[in-house]
Design a protein around this ligand. Structure first.
Ligand SMILES: Nc1ncnc2c1ncn2[C@@H]1O[C@H](COP(=O)(O)OP(=O)(O)OP(=O)(O)O)[C@@H](O)[C@H]1O
Ligand SMILES: Cc1ncsc1CCO
Ligand SMILES: [Mg+2]
Length: 265
């Protein structure tokens, strides 16, 4: 467990966190949680394949007359605003209400909040609905928080928002109100595959379905994706083959891979 300061700072606490990630991965495969994803049209197929490779069961409908039932029967929800058309906008409100009713965790991926004022307003409204986890890149972080995309500010935004905040990049920073972790796994080619971050947010929802501590769940998801990315890069020749290879390595990932390759601090 993290030591008394709340920071993951020493080798023993990092090892414990990696062991907890491996436990969560095993539970994910055993329990096969359902993850309902309202996500963008670019991300849908890859996200569904990544969830299946990890052991989860994805669903993606956005139909207004069905979405509440899908969420009620799911173990976690993903809300991603990448292609924010009217049907998705309507489905998101219904889905978040249904997640609250069912008491399941939900993850917000505020894609491109930095690109249009309307989307920024919508993103702020979603954040006020208290997502369990917020996963975003540095531009999105700065727009939504009004803060610089730095580790200390990630912790501050987690305190202010009440969410677990995961700022992804070369090093992922994951904070809740009292703890801050860094995950330095991954491969630069992952940034050249569209919607890799979106798929990572969906994986975070899957881990939150089986790991009751959402900060541990987020660390676990990002360390698994990062280690899978590194292992996959060894057998890939560029982003195209990496996308497929990540599905294979995630499917195959085990405790030993995590123990040997995780860079968690
Ligand atoms: N320079 C890098 N080196 C290694 N891994 C990286 C690097 N940048 C990002 N990653 C990893 O790639 C994954 C995707 O994160 P990224 O921050 O690129 O998402 P994103 O910008 O939201 O992408 P998208 O919107 O296309 O889904 C994360 O798991 C992250 O750890
Ligand atoms: C490229 C793109 N456009 C809208 S969503 C998306 C996927 C990356 O977020
Ligand atoms: Mg993104």
């Amino acid at each position: 467990m993290p030591h008394a300061s709340g920071l993951v700072g020493d080798d023993a606490s990092s090892r414990d966190l990696v062991a907890r990630a491996a436990d969560a991965l095993e539970r994910l495969r055993a329990r096969r949680p359902r993850v309902h994803c309202i996500t963008n049209t670019v991300a849908q197929a890859y996200t569904a394949n990544l969830l299946l490779a990890a052991g989860a069961v994805p669903s993606m409908t956005i139909a207004a007359d069905e979405v509440a039932a899908f969420v009620a029967g799911a173990d976690a929800l993903l809300v991603n605003i990448g292609t924010l058309d009217e049907p998705r906008r309507a489905a998101i409100g219904i889905a978040i209400d249904a997640a609250a009713e069912a008491g399941i965790p939900w993850v917000l991926d505020p894609v491109f909040v930095d690109r249009s004022p309307g989307r920024a307003t919508f993103g702020e409204a979603l954040l006020a609905m208290r997502p369990t986890i917020l996963r975003l890149n540095p531009s999105e972080f700065s727009t939504l928080s009004g803060l610089a995309a730095e580790p200390g500010q990630v912790a501050r935004f987690a305190r202010d928002s009440g969410a677990v905040v995961a700022l992804t990049g070369k090093t992922d920073r994951i904070a809740d109100a009292t703890r801050l972790a860094a995950v330095a796994n991954g491969h630069r080619w992952m940034t050249r595959i569209t919607a890799m971050g979106c798929a990572g947010a969906a994986l975070t929802a899957a881990f939150a379905a089986v790991e009751p501590d959402p900060w541990c769940a987020t660390v676990a998801a990002l360390v698994c994706l990062g280690v899978a990315g590194e292992r996959a890069a060894v057998v890939s020749s560029g982003p195209g083959t990496l996308a497929t290879a990540i599905l294979d390595t995630l499917f195959d990932l085990d405790r030993k891979d995590l123990q040997e390759r995780a860079k968690v601090s």
